[in-house]
Write a protein that binds this ligand. Structure first.
Ligand SMILES: NC(=O)c1ccc[n+]([C@@H]2O[C@H](COP(=O)([O-])OP(=O)(O)OC[C@H]3O[C@@H](n4cnc5c(N)ncnc54)[C@H](O)[C@@H]3O)[C@@H](O)[C@H]2O)c1
Length: 330
């Protein structure tokens, strides 16, 4: 099978490419990425000489270019997105352009090229915020609260419409918060780990009691691999780790593991529209497709922190802006 992976130079996309090629040695991947600030070819170091992998620099909103890539592709996995909530609050426009228009153009080109399977990688943020009890199921109403979440929800609706209108073989996955290697140090866990390693303050929003459901990135990758092979067209699959944690608990844990003082915690003004709680019910993907997460939170968090300790050069180059100078080829 030949896949087109979009956004493969980002956090989850790059982890997925490594995971997929390891698990599926006879398949090949074309990685289409615009290399925005979040795309980094250093995330794929070592794969350049692998004949099964090809990087292509481009934008999912460039219809003709995407169309030319899809001629002999079997399946598309769409990771490409503007993905940071705070940036969407500062300026929603690039989110609408890539996440909504880009997804529609990708769907349209995939439909015309008779792609056999299209996975839209979505997020639990489309469901909005939960009360202290209850879980998001695939039937929960969409109530996005940030421009980022609204753009992802819009892309989900377009994906559904392509299935209903054209019988196009699309599937949507909605995953909870990921963590692991190669995550851009603007997101909570890598930001706090790298700040702590530099003895800089850890900026905690509001009272720090917001709850997220955390999943190690490799477990997200294995779920997408299963959905690609066994998922049912037109369906939505929630993916989560059943690991609800308050932001403040994660902050304390990171400081404890790194043996840094709790005084590095700094409470800052809350994010507008900050969702209070997310929690995912993954029963459907477990029961229907047999997926199970492999990693426990405590172990995977330690593994992640160790990765940031061992790969200081990677995140220092990002924090200094040096990584943007890498030459784009192919
Ligand atoms: N990070 C999470 O916790 C999480 C959880 C659930 C779902 N998701 C979804 O998973 C996907 C990947 O998330 P991530 O955290 O890896 O994001 P990321 O920001 O690390 O990576 C996004 C990638 O998309 C590329 N990109 C952006 N605009 C593009 C365009 N117009 N054309 C081509 N490439 C473009 C970027 O260069 C980057 O490489 C996103 O769709 C996101 O909504 C993320």
């Amino acid at each position: 099978m030949k896949l087109l992976v979009t956004g493969g130079a980002g956090f989850i996309g790059s982890n997925f490419i490594r995971y997929y090629l390891k698990e599926n040695p006879n398949d090949s991947i074309v990685n289409l990425d615009k290399l925005t600030y979040a795309g980094n070819l250093e995330n794929l170091k070592g794969l350049e000489r692998d004949k099964r992998y090809k990087f292509t620099h481009g934008d999912i909103t460039d219809f003709n270019f995407v169309d030319s890539l899809l001629k002999d592709v079997d399946a598309v996995i769409n990771f490409a997105a503007e993905s940071h909530v705070d940036r969407s609050i500062d300026d929603p426009s690039p989110f609408l352009n890539t996440n909504i228009i880009g997804t529609q153009l990708l769907l349209e080109s995939s439909r015309r090229n008779k792609i056999h399977r299209f996975i839209q990688v979505s997020t639990d943020e489309v469901y909005g915020s939960l009360e202290p009890i209850g879980l998001f199921t695939e039937r929960t109403a969409l109530r996005p609260n940030s421009p980022y979440a609204a753009s992802k929800a819009s892309a989900d609706l377009l994906t559904r419409a392509y299935f209903k209108t054209y019988n196009f073989p699309a599937i949507i996955t909605r995953c909870s918060n990921n963590y692991g290697p190669y995550q851009f140090p603007e997101k909570l866990i890598p930001l706090f780990v790298t700040n702590a390693l530099m003895d800089e303050p850890l900026p905690v929003y509001g009272d720090g009691l917001n709850i997220r459901d955390w999943l190690y990135v490799e477990d997200h990758c294995s779920a997408i691999d299963i959905v690609l092979k066994k998922g049912k067209e037109g369906e939505i699959y929630n993916i989560g780790g059943n690991t609800e944690k308050k932001n403040i608990e994660i902050t304390d844990k990171i400081l404890n593991i790194l043996k840094k003082p709790l005084t590095l915690k700094k409470f800052v003004k809350d994010r507008p529209g900050h969702d209070r709680r997310y929690a995912i019910d993954s029963t459907k993907i477990k029961m229907e497709l047999g997926w199970e997460p492999k990693y426990q939170f405590e172990d995977a968090l330690r593994k992640t922190i160790q990765w940031y300790i061992d790969n200081k050069e990677w995140w220092e180059r990002i924090k200094s802006g040096e990584y943007r100078k890498i030459v784009v080829s192919g």
